[in-house]
Design a protein around this ligand. Structure first.
Ligand code: KIV
Ligand code: ZN
Length: 526
């Protein structure tokens, strides 16, 4: 379908609407915060890959979320841009304000309907909740032509009550009804049956689109989402790399590829251009600092690797022996260009294109310089090295604090000591400190040149490629006053990468402080 189809047309065509919530539910993963610039870039990629709906944030949660939804509404023209709102009028007004400039804007409002949520979280009687459903949807509908309503914790909701709430939401003007498996509790057969029951028994159900929203607490989010489609849902809510609250959401890349590869079992298509999948996965991993597990379906480093002799032999004879989809279908392009210190700017740009990056002139120059520096240190520069250095350049390009120089004394004769020089908005500062190990010394030295109260919540190192000259990719997560920020850096020197990642996290934390109100998130009760 084209993104301008009405819900009824979409259903007729058996199209499944892909609703991406990486920037909303995905960002609710502890520590997965994204800056405004990163969200704008992600929105552009999602639109380019033809995701139908982009849930860009929860506008009342913070000024940062509001700005993200507002600015994404201004730049995205093909996809629908959606903001989340609780059932309160202030939430809905703020959301309407944020999406008002969108060519296709949507208000997504929700309220809990399960007994346990109504009693303990909302402290409301079922009849009060039912009344709120009507009021909130009607209010949203007055402000926006496209309203989605969600029954939070639908899978643990008493069925009769769920049917009454869905009927009220449809009557009040919702055009999409979402039945989330909020706590990842449902089973595929059970989830499909809920949709069948609701669609068969609620008056007006044939006029709206039903949506899945599955959490992965039991590892069933993708299976449940697909079962929801079998039960009649035509929209799937999902997130890149499956990020989201707790164990995460259904992974976008798995949903899209399962529908594409097994059209014989589930004859419903999406319009997502799958060759962008690897690129968006890498981007989300880089900006959140959440690494993709090696064996992750579709986007893991090993997803298309064949190690055992029997498998390799089969692959050489015919790729179909062990491959159900091609790496290039998801944008894993085997490029023939081997990069090294003699490679020029043109070859570098071609390589970046093959890896899914289109950089502006300044970013290209910066990345090329970093590539040259790396090629001086490392004989073979692999694709993963280039991905790491470009992500690093993108992450740190506009940083206010920059690491200029680092020297560390490490080894068996303690104490380990670090000497660092940084620039803070152009002004050079030097300091040194000892520590319990070289990384601790580096972080203490940063504290001397840029005193701060942030607490280290995560320090993670992984080797980008094999070999002792591999780049170390470091992720650092810092927390201050409830705000969390992640930083990343890559370098062949693990300690330099650590210093740069820490400083990058500090920069992101400062940016968050400036842009957001003190509360990073709001509780979802009233
Ligand atoms: O998991 C959930 O129920 C949600 C809703 C707000 C849609 O994220
Ligand atoms: Zn959710």
């Amino acid at each position: 379908m084209s993104v301008s189809d009405t819900p009824a047309q979409a259903e007729q065509r058996n199209h499944v609407i892909v609703f991406d919530t990486t920037m909303r539910d995905g960002e609710q993963s502890p520590g997965a915060s994204m800056s405004l610039e990163e969200k704008l870039e992600l929105a552009k990629i999602l639109e380019e890959m033809r995701v139908d709906v982009i849930e860009a944030g929860f506008p009342i949660a913070s000024n940062g979320d509001f700005e993200a939804v507002r600015q994404i509404s201004e730049i995205v023209t093909e996809s629908t841009v959606c903001g989340l709102a609780r059932a309160g009028m202030a939430d809905i007004d703020r959301c309407a304000e944020a999406v008002k400039r969108a060519k296709r804007g949507r208000i997504h409002t929700f309220i809990s309907t399960s007994p346990v949520h109504m009693k303990w979280k909302l402290q409301m009687e079922p009849d009060e909740v039912l009344e709120m459903v009507t009021k909130s949807v009607a209010h949203a509908r007055n402000l926006c032509g496209d309203v989605e309503w969600s029954a939070e914790d639908a899978t643990r909701t008493e069925r009769d009550f769920l049917l009454r709430c869905v009927e009220a939401a449809i009557k009040a003007g919702a055009s999409t009804i979402n039945l989330p498996d909020t706590v990842g509790y449902s089973y595929p057969s059970e989830y499909a049956e809920i949709f069948r029951d609701v669609i068969e028994n609620v008056p007006g159900a044939d006029k709206v689109i039903f949506s899945t929203h599955c959490h992965n607490d039991l590892g069933l989010a993708v299976a449940n989402s697909l079962a929801g489609v079998q039960g009649g849902a035509r929209q799937i809510e999902c997130a890149v790399n499956g990020i989201g609250e707790r164990a995460g959401n259904a992974a976008l890349e798995e949903i899209v590829m399962a529908l594409k590869v097994r059209g014989d079992k589930l004859p419903y298509d999406t319009v997502v251009e799958t060759q962008h999948i690897t690129r968006v996965s890498r981007y989300v991993s880089a900006i959140t600092g959440f690494p993709v597990q090696f064996n992750k379906a579709i986007v893991g480093k090993n997803a298309f690797a064949h190690e055992s002799g029997i498998h390799q032999d089969g692959m050489l004879k015919n790729a179909e022996t062990y491959e159900i989809m091609k790496p290039e279908d998801v944008g894993q392009i085997e490029s023939n260009l081997v990069m090294g210190k003699h490679s020029g700017r043109h070859a570098f740009r071609e390589k970046l294109k093959a890896l899914g990056y289109e950089l502006g002139q300044n970013a290209l120059n910066e990345a090329f310089q970093r590539f040259k520096d790396l090629a001086d240190k490392k004989k073979h520069v692999f694709d993963d090295d280039i991905v790491a250095l470009v992500d690093d350049a993108l992450a740190s390009g506009a940083d206010r604090i920059q690491v200029r120089n680092l020297r560390v004394i490490a080894g068996t004769e303690g104490p380990q000591e670090a000497f660092i020089t940084v620039t803070v908005e152009g002004e050079e500062k030097s300091g040194n400190a000892t520590g319990d190990g070289p990384v601790d010394a580096v972080f203490n030295a940063i504290q001397t040149v840029f005193p701060h109260d942030a607490i280290l919540r995560l320090f993670q190192v992984h080797a980008v490629t094999e070999g002792t000259d591999a780049q170390a990719q470091v992720s650092v997560r810092l927390e201050e006053d409830g705000r969390i920020a992640t930083g990343q850096a890559a370098d062949t020197d693990t300690l330099t990468a650590s210093a740069k990642a820490y400083v990058n996290a500090l920069n992101n934390l400062m940016a968050r402080k400036e842009k957001s109100a003190p509360t990073a998130r709001v509780a979802s009760g009233f």
